[in-house]
Design a protein around this ligand. Sequence first.
Ligand code: FAD
Length: 484
Amino acid sequence: MSKTATTQAAIPASLVSKLRAQLRGELLEPDTSTYDELRQLWNADVQRYPAVIARSVDVADVIACVKWARSNSIRASVRCAGHNISGAASCEGGLVIDLGPMRGTRVDPVERRIRAQGGCTWGEVDHAAAAFGLGTTGGVNSITGIGGLTLGGGIGWLMRKHGLACDNLVGADVVTAEGDFIRTDAEENPDLLWALRGGGGNFGIVTEFEYQLHPVGPLLAGLLMYPAEQTTELLRFYREFAENEPEELTSFVIVLNAPAAPELPESLHGAPMVALCPAWSGDLDEGEKMMTRLRAFGVPTVDTVDQISYVDLQKGSDEAWQPGFSRYWKSDYLRELPDEAIDVIVNHCERFKPPTAGAGHADLLSIQPTCYFEIGHMGGAISRVGDDESAVGHRDAPYLHGTFAVWREPEDREQQVAWVADLWEALLPYSDGGGYVNYLGEEGEDRIRGSYGEEKYARLVDVKTKYDPTNFFSGQQNIKPRSG
Ligand SMILES: Cc1cc2nc3c(=O)[nH]c(=O)nc-3n(C[C@H](O)[C@H](O)[C@H](O)COP(=O)(O)OP(=O)(O)OC[C@H]3O[C@@H](n4cnc5c(N)ncnc54)[C@H](O)[C@@H]3O)c2cc1C
């Protein structure tokens, strides 16, 4: 596709100049030297060419962008870190309101709260909070944006103890589809706060998020890795363990081809493995006992479980999830994990064929796992949040699974996508009826509805109709307003 390809009529230069004159931040056009770098999304499989990218530095820039796009009928999308798999942070031929430069944070150590601007990544929030011995649930990578992750729910290492990222969202500053600046919290516009807790970027642009923080000391976390032949036994063990898993423990099981990470012996690089990934955020002596219970499964080939700070844990797998590769993901909540479902997972992972084409393969494998199936035990604090508190669906589902493919050469696309889609389909009989919003690609309205369930979806439509009746924010997992 050419650099200037567009599905929207080209924006006249005079209009672009008008916007530029209103901004403090830089306005990038296709001939700006940094345009190509800054238009890229984390998922290289999605290539979009916006007409302009507004590197917004403050609320005034955001308001100017919204009003300009609205009054000139120009499509706009909102970008935090650009990590969303669907590429919703960008749009073809329109305006990207890029919040990337808005990365300020402010901690209130007395109230244990943090205010973080809409372009922050979790690395910035974790860093600021850790200075006060505090933290909150974020994603498991420091490079992911707080914007999309929080608005879609937000699973992470502290979730079973402190809830999802959005459960800790206590307030937000929002620029509406009219370009108005409003506040939402428990007292002011509480219906909007409910929707922002899981309903995605459908309701406005959050210029500042306010989160509840919690005391977070060193954790016990790492990998217990076994040969893939032990996957069936490990998943059965995990299922039993999950029945009585304490809330201080958040854990996942991952079936993967081991990356060539320095902490893994060379003989394992590329080898099919299964890993139990625990993170204990309670008393460390209790945590050691818990790890002993986990290690009772069998002697691991690799055991990296150790004390680690929350900040370092969050950065731990950044290397393995770098931007610039093509990706395809699919997920669902599971209502159960019977032996039959475990057989499906094992058989499917055994059939995995790594991407092989072209020179890209060697360094692709060197930094990240290719085959990647993950299942996480939910429950705990996640399941105690009431329907009136957030839009997130499937609160009672015990498990969330996701399959994640990566490749570099276009010839590999078909095979990798089919592998993910087939496994997802084979697990449908055990599905709780929907997926996790933040792992959805472009999967259609039914899948969006399924993520929330009919009741919550209807309520989201009400809030959408109130705050964005013309569907100005139509990018991410769009919830359409009622017409008329
Ligand atoms: C490497 C990696 C690791 C991940 N790990 C996790 C994880 O541990 N837990 C988890 O739950 N998810 C995880 N995800 C998924 C993640 O939640 C989504 O990709 C999420 O959308 C990323 O947020 P972002 O702000 O970076 O995305 P962007 O692509 O920038 O934004 C996605 C959409 O969110 C909306 N949006 C973003 N910021 C704002 C804002 N300030 N105001 C209004 N709307 C906004 C916009 O509609 C935008 O289109 C991960 C993704 C990646 C790529």
